[in-house]
Design a protein around this ligand. Structure first.
Ligand SMILES: O=C(O)CCC(=O)C(=O)O
Ligand SMILES: [Fe+2]
Length: 299
């Protein structure tokens, strides 16, 4: 894929096309080189959308010039920017930004996919490093499609039929009750004053690629429906252990100016909490997604 547009200079024609997309492995994750996210042409925006579906997580270094408003503006070019979070108070940052500040208990050291506890979880997240510890605080992403495809056929056929409950109270119930005292944000036109659990298929069919992926995560999935609690625990444990196998995971060591973008329809992620009391601040925006559809859905 060619993200950087080529100049139409005739002397240029024997040179290989610029290849700013550098895959990190055979399947999953790529670095995008030579782009300024604040100055992208329409073709480059389209190429980034496509790359997100193919590579699922993209890393762009050297974006030191990007501030909150440029991050939001970039998000608007890619899709429809949501509120920063359904219930988290945006504090002194823009309402579209979800700030994770280690000095304000902003940690993500549980595998999760963003905001799966609502009916229409965000399709894409764009995360920018604002303050980094001298080392540590790496983030890991798991490829939920590769994980699904590498399960045995019998297990795949079984989990294709399952649905699971996602409950935001697991991570944010306390915050909603104590900090927000029941006053949430407007998310997709709905005021989130409480976190009502939702059901999603355990296997999600990607709306653009048609590929199937695991769509359960330890952060928000409470249980599988229609089976005993014991069975639910066992099934989820197998799926989580499989999802987070090293060959399904890429790990990013952050540098100042880094931005990561990922497809929440095909990944889960986890931020290492290994930097003690050193300061780490990340700013995230999310793009609106659709209602997850499973393999057995009838139109
Ligand atoms: O802090 C990180 O690296 C990841 C935080 C996170 O889970 C998110 O931005 O969705
Ligand atoms: Fe997250």
């Amino acid at each position: 894929m060619n993200v950087v547009s080529r100049k139409g200079c005739p002397d240029d024609r024997h040179r290989p096309a610029p290849a700013p997309l550098h895959p990190l492995g055979p399947h999953f994750g790529a670095e995008l080189h030579g782009v300024d996210l604040a100055r992208l042409g329409d073709e480059q925006i389209q190429a980034i959308r496509e790359a997100l579906v193919t590579y699922k997580v993209l890393f762009v270094r050297g974006q030191d010039g990007l501030d909150d408003s440029a991050q939001i503006e970039f998000g608007r070019r890619l899709g429809e920017v949501t509120a920063g979070h359904p219930i988290h108070d945006s504090g002194d940052v823009a309402a579209e930004v979800y700030a994770l500040d280690s000095q304000d208990n902003g940690f993500s050291d549980v595998w999760h996919t963003d905001v799966t506890f609502v009916r229409r979880p965000p399709a894409i997240s764009v995360l920018r490093a604002v303050v980094l510890p001298p080392n540590g605080g790496d983030t890991n992403w798991a490829d939920s499609q590769l994980a699904y495809e590498s399960l045995s056929p019998g297990l795949r056929a079984y989990i294709d039929t399952l649905t699971a409950v996602h409950d935001g109270n697991r991570a944010f119930g306390y915050y909603l009750a104590q900090q927000r005292q029941g006053s949430g944000n407007v998310w997709e036109g709905e005021v989130f004053t409480e976190l009502v659990p939702v059901e999603h298929p355990v296997v999600r069919v990607h709306p653009e690629s048609g590929r199937k992926g695991l769509f359960v995560n330890p952060g928000f999935t409470s249980h599988i429906t229609g089976v005993s609690e014991y069975e639910s625990r066992g099934i989820l444990d197998i799926l989580y252990a499989h999802l987070t196998k090293p060959e399904h995971v890429v790990r990013h060591r952050w540098q100042p100016g880094d931005v990561a973008l990922w497809d929440n329809r095909s990944t889960a992620h986890y931020a290492n909490r290994d930097y003690g009391d050193r300061h780490r601040v990340m700013h995230r925006i999310t793009l609106r997604g659709d209602t997850p559809v499973g393999p057995t859905a009838h139109s």
